[in-house]
Design a protein around this ligand. Structure first.
Ligand SMILES: *Cc1c(COP(=O)(O)O)cnc(C)c1O
Length: 227
C-alpha cells in the first residue's frame, strides 16, 4: 500500500493547528515510504522493533529523529542509546537504570517518557499510578538518573470502539500528568510531553490534552504484521 500523502498533509495541518507533535509510526514499512514523508519535510518517526530501527537508522538520512515507541528490553538499550531521540515506553525502574548506564557510556542525556498502564487489557505495559509516583520521586527528588531526562508520560488506551472508555483512560493519564507536574514544579519546564493517541483515537486524545500523537496506519496504510 502506498503512502497516503493527502492524509499525511491533513494530519500535519491538524497537528500544527492543535499544537501537537506528530510522530509518524513507520514500523514494518519500507524505507521508500519513510522517504516520501522525509521529502515532504517530516523528520520525526516512530519504530517498535530494535533490529528494524537499527537498519533504518543506518540506511536513512541522519537528521531523522527516531522515537522508540515499542516495548524495550533492558538488554537492547545499548543498540539504540547512541542515537535515539525519545524513548516512549519506559515501564520499569530496571529499564530506566539500563538507559542511564548506556546513555552515560555514550556521553548523552537520553530523553524518555514513562509509560502508564491505562487500558483495561492486561497485555499493555506500563506503571500503575502508585508506581509512577514513586518512580517520579526517584527521578526528580533522589535524582538517580542523571543521564536520563524524563520529559513526560505516554499511554495507550484500550483497543475498543467505546469512545467513552477511551476518553476516560486518556483523562486519567492527563490528570496523572498534571499531578506529577504540580508535585515537581521545578521540573515542569522539561516535563511537558503527553504522548497519547494513535490512528483510531488521536482526536479524542488531543481533546483530552495530548500534545504528541503517534500515527501509523492513517499515513502508511494498514500493516500486514500485527502489533
Ligand atoms: C503501532 C503503534 C502506534 C501506531 O498505530 P496506528 O494505529 O497504526 O496509528 C502508536 N503507538 C504505539 C505504541 C504503537 O505500537
Amino acid at each position: 500500500m502506498p503512502v497516503d500523502l493527502v492524509a499525511f498533509k491533513d494530519l500535519h495541518q491538524y497537528a500544527v493547528e492543535h499544537g501537537v507533535e506528530l510522530v509518524a509510526v513507520s514500523k514494518t514499512k519500507p524505507n521508500k515510504d519513510i522517504l516520501v514523508l522525509y521529502e515532504n519535510g517530516h523528520r520525526v518517526f516512530g519504530e517498535n522493533y530494535v533490529q528494524e530501527l537499527l537498519k533504518k537508522h543506518e540506511e536513512l538520512p541522519k537528521d531523522i529523529q527516531w522515537h522508540f515507541i515499542g516495548h524495550l528490553q533492558s538488554n537492547k538499550v545499548k543498540f539504540i542509546a547512541p542515537f535515539v531521540s525519545l524513548i516512549h515506553g519506559v515501564d520499569s525502574i530496571k529499564l530506566l537504570q539500563a538507559i542511564e548506564k548506556e546513555a552515560k557510556k555514550n556521553n548523552r542525556i537520553v530523553s524518555c517518557l514513562l509509560q502508564m498502564h491505562i487500558a483495561k487489557e492486561e497485555t499493555k505495559f506500563g506503571f500503575d499510578i502508585e508506581e509512577l509516583r514513586s518512580a517520579a520521586a526517584e527521578i526528580f527528588v533522589e535524582k538517580n538518573f542523571p543521564h536520563v531526562e524524563v520529559v513526560g508520560l505516554m499511554g495507550m488506551a484500550s483497543f475498543s470502539e467505546n469512545q467513552d472508555l477511551i476518553q476516560s483512560e486518556f483523562q486519567q493519564l492527563k490528570s496523572t500528568f498534571d499531578d506529577i507536574k504540580s508535585t515537581y514544579p521545578e521540573e515542569s519546564a522539561s516535563f511537558k510531553i503527553l504522548s497519547m493517541g494513535m490512528s483510531s483515537d488521536y482526536k479524542t486524545a488531543v481533546a483530552c490534552g495530548s500534545n504528541m500523537i503517534r500515527v501509523g496506519s492513517v499515513i502508511f496504510g494498514a500493516r500486514v504484521k500485527a502489533s
